[in-house]
Design a binder for this molecule. Structure first.
Ligand code: SF4
Length: 340
């Protein structure tokens, strides 16, 4: 038996074509699953009896089990899901005006052990399968109905580019115009900078957005909190991102968590300015959100103000994002860590 949500429409087309079913059948099946949200082949009434029988004998629908749902005072919502092997993952919904952004996990745990991220603390267990990625979207949209998810960011637990095949498969399903039909610019992949995979992404030219966990424009400093910078040095990552911008004709985003006494000085701001002049980009500044798992401290208002002033004076395009969901352990991996 195959999990039907592991297939792109193209995959399903190949299978059904081989079995002699009409060319339009995969479109009908995709519409039932991803538009009408029906997960029972016998209820797909415009399919032939023969096709319904074939589908129910060969395919099944997977679901996630909701373990906990927490709603923050600032309306951020966090969902803890249990997978079939009892692993736990988190998904976060961030409502902002008319936008509902879903932050999706791509792995159980993470092997990169960034020094500010709870997700890496317990190591890596496994990659999520494509249906486990898609089901985060479907489950949350069911729970918040009639509200809809408008944007997704792969910024939850795990490094998305490290689970490349399943990530791309899920993105193709999210973007399918007979299914969920999310626009390419409504999807953002956030990476710590896995250079070979960024190059693979450029080859595919999907049109999705890309953001880099930068956190310091000085490579030697960045290595201290993002150890994988040693393997994929910032200079190489930036070259790959430059190619991405050229191909996609769209700026990349740099995520920059401001940490007191580490990367929030005037010199750090100037280095960030220099870097931003080399590549078409937008910068997201995020004051560090204290966590019981690390000793880092958030910057003072004065430090944030001075940092912003330097960026502004140099004409750098940036936004200041306040950490959301402080009261519901919304920082990546925190809720899962408490359960474990
Ligand atoms: S920031 Fe991303 S890559 Fe780094 S440990 Fe956390 S999940 Fe992994």
């Amino acid at each position: 038996m195959i999990d039907i949500k592991s297939l792109t429409r193209e995959d399903l087309e190949k299978i059904l074509f081989k079995e002699g079913f009409p060319k339009f059948s995969p479109i009908q099946v995709f519409t039932w699953i991803y538009r009408k949200r029906v997960e029972d082949f016998s209820k797909m009434t415009d399919l032939s009896k023969k096709l319904r029988k074939y589908l129910s004998e060969n395919f099944y629908f997977s679901r996630l089990e909701l373990k906990e749902r927490k709603i923050s005072l600032d309306t951020t919502e966090k969902f803890l899901f249990k997978l079939k092997d009892n692993s736990l993952i988190e998904t976060v919904l961030i409502p902002e005006g008319k936008r509902n952004t879903l932050c999706i996990s791509t792995q159980v745990g993470c092997k990169y052990k960034c020094k500010f991220c709870v997700s890496g603390l317990r190591g890596f267990k496994r990659n999520l399968e494509a249906p486990e990625i898609i089901n985060q979207f479907l489950e949350v949209e069911d729970l918040i109905s009639p509200e809809k998810i408008t944007n997704i960011v792969f910024m939850g637990i795990g490094e998305p580019l490290d689970n490349f095949e399943n990530l791309i498969r899920a993105i193709k399903i999210f973007m399918d115009n007979k299914g969920i039909y999310l626009g390419k610019r409504k999807i953002c992949i956030s990476t710590v900078g896995i250079t070979p995979k960024i190059k693979k992404l450029i080859e595919l030219s999907l049109g999705v957005k890309l953001s880099l966990s930068l956190h310091s424009a000085i490579s030697e400093k960045r290595t201290k909190i993002i150890p994988v910078d040693k393997k994929y040095p910032l200079s190489e990552v930036l070259t790959a991102l430059g190619e991405f911008v050229k191909k996609e004709k769209f700026p990349v985003t740099f995520e920059y968590i401001l940490i007191k006494g580490f990367n929030s000085s005037r010199e750090d701001a100037q280095e960030l300015v220099n870097l931003s002049k080399k590549i078409k980009c937008k910068i997201n500044l995020i004051p560090y959100n204290p966590s019981p798992y690390f000793d880092w401290q958030p910057p003072s208002e004065q430090e944030v103000g001075d940092f912003k002033k330097i960026l502004k004076k140099e004409g750098v395009f940036f936004t200041l994002r306040r950490p959301r969901g402080k009261d519901i352990e919304a920082a990546c991996g925190q809720l899962r860590a408490r359960f474990l």
